[in-house]
Design a protein around this ligand. Structure first.
Ligand code: GLY
Ligand code: MN
Length: 464
């Protein structure tokens, strides 16, 4: 946990942005996996962690903005809990560690909320993403669960996004820690990408590194020779010479700050010339984003500039044709990169996505673009110092998508379908780094950059 003053200051700044009422931040509870007592690894709600710091199930935090009072609701352990799971500090002691001096049993929360509602006061809550908390809100606030998302507090969402978007130095230190674990995960994956190895074995090694150095992986490992499937969680294949292995994986530190890297390596350690051609283009895209990202520019603009680098490179290979600017404006490049350049990262790997992507990645000035491909861009708005965003361009040959577009004669002026067909067995390449926006540019986070150039990757794999 950070120093108490960090949480006190965050809550103070949040309350200053709210015009009144109660702010309710529900923590998470244990979630059963296959029977009630056999739970998934506990993961606290990130906004609760951000404001109240306590990594315990069954808590809620409340700010009474009008009275300037703060509360933590939660139950002290009883003798049965002590026997099975060990002694715990009291809720009062835990709350004191994060500067909250008012506590009450969890059952009192419903009472407090009902009293506020009947007095005509506003209760600000966030959109729930766990059904347990949705049911709890439905019970306590008398709002049907299907309406909770629409009734969530926009002013609270906006205030939290404003705070959480700009990372404090102590958060950057934690994210850097997460990146250093990610470094180890990816170098391990590279060294094990040998013919005959099972994808599942390598994925398991990565999970083990994340769990032994930090808390856990920041999202389920994506690792596959079928890298053209963007989020491929199937690890059922054995590595075959000549194929590429795409690994998209990151770690969560003990404080639950994330990293998120993607590397794509040749099974056996040597890129073929065709692989090198596409790899070099994706690397140029990744580098371009790093060069362009700085305060004042929108990430949507960076995304579109990167797409031009992709289209230009593919044109040089004879895969695309025509005018590059026009091709990107038309969205033809999205056949090869049907996703966005990146997302915010922090306490969530897709930071604050539960609060609504449009509130996190966009604002009144920068609106989402509906065109296929760019519509998947999670982060589009103007960059500010302290933002942490991912830089993750890719190039994929998705046979089903190629067939569909070809049959529909999509963007024939920009796509050389005969040439594209010869890449249908290629797979996909993505290269992802985590960027801190500084006062005048962008910094790649992590004490060491995960090997990325062709030479660095081949050298790392040779070292085995
Ligand atoms: N690394 C997975 C994602 O960004 O969606
Ligand atoms: Mn990512």
């Amino acid at each position: 946990m950070f120093d108490k003053s960090v949480y006190v200051n965050r809550r103070k700044r949040l309350a200053e942005q709210m015009s009144g009422g109660l702010v309710l931040i529900l923590g998470n509870n244990e979630a059963p996996a296959n029977y009630p007592a056999n739970t998934y690894k506990f993961r606290q709600d990130s906004s609760f962690l951000y404001l109240f710091g306590l990594n315990h199930p069954g808590f809620a935090g409340v700010l009474d903005v009008d009275a300037g009072e703060e509360y933590i609701y939660g139950n002290d352990v009883d003798m049965d809990d002590i026997i099975w799971t060990g002694p715990q500090p009291s809720v009062k002691d835990l709350a004191a560690r994060v500067g909250v001096d008012r506590t009450a049993p969890f059952a009192r929360l419903a009472e407090a909320l009902r009293t506020a509602v009947s007095a005509g006061r506003e209760v600000h809550f966030l959109p729930p993403y766990r059904s347990y908390n949705a049911l709890l809100l439905e019970d306590m606030l008398d709002i049907p669960h299907a309406s909770l998302k629409a009734r969530a507090s926009l002013s609270l969402i906006r205030a939290l996004v404003a705070l959480r978007s700009v990372k404090e130095p102590c958060e950057i230190e934690e994210i850097t820690r997460g990146c250093n674990i990610g470094y180890e995960m990816h170098v391990t994956a590279m060294k094990h990408a040998r013919p005959g190895e099972r994808e599942q074995y390598i994925a398991g090694l990565l999970e083990g590194i994340a769990a032994s150095r930090g808390s856990m992986v920041s999202f389920p490992v994506i690792l596959s020779q079928n890298g053209e499937t963007l989020h491929n969680h199937d690890h059922g294949q054995v590595l075959t010479p000549g194929r590429l292995m795409l690994t998209d994986a990151g770690a969560e530190t003990l404080m639950h700050y994330c990293s998120d890297f993607t590397r794509t390596v040749p099974v056996g350690g040597k890129f073929s010339s065709r692989q090198k051609d596409i790899y070099t283009i994706v690397l140029a895209c990744n580098t371009k984003a790093m060069e362009l990202a700085r305060p004042g520019v929108t990430y949507q603009w960076v995304h579109l500039e990167v797409c031009k680098v992709l289209a230009r490179g593919l044109k040089e290979l004879g895969v695309m044709k025509g005018d590059v600017e026009e091709a990107v404006a038309a969205g033809a490049h999205a056949l090869f990169m049907p996703h966005g350049l990146g997302h915010m990262m922090g306490l969530d790997v897709h930071d604050m996505e539960d609060l609504g992507q449009v509130h996190v990645g966009y604002d009144e000035e920068t609106r989402p673009i509906a065109q296929f491909g760019t519509s998947s861009l999670r982060m589009g708005r103007r960059l500010e110092p302290g933002f942490v965003v991912t830089d993750e361009p890719g190039c994929y040959f998705i046979p089903e998508l190629i067939d569909r577009w070809r049959a529909a004669k999509m963007h024939e002026a920009f796509l050389a379908y005969d040439r594209i067909d010869s890449f249908k067995d290629f797979g996909g390449i993505r290269l992802e780094d985590d960027l801190l926006i500084t006062r005048d540019g962008a910094l790649c986070l992590g004490d060491r950059r995960v090997p990325i150039t062709v030479n660095e990757v081949e050298e790392t794999m040779r070292e085995g």
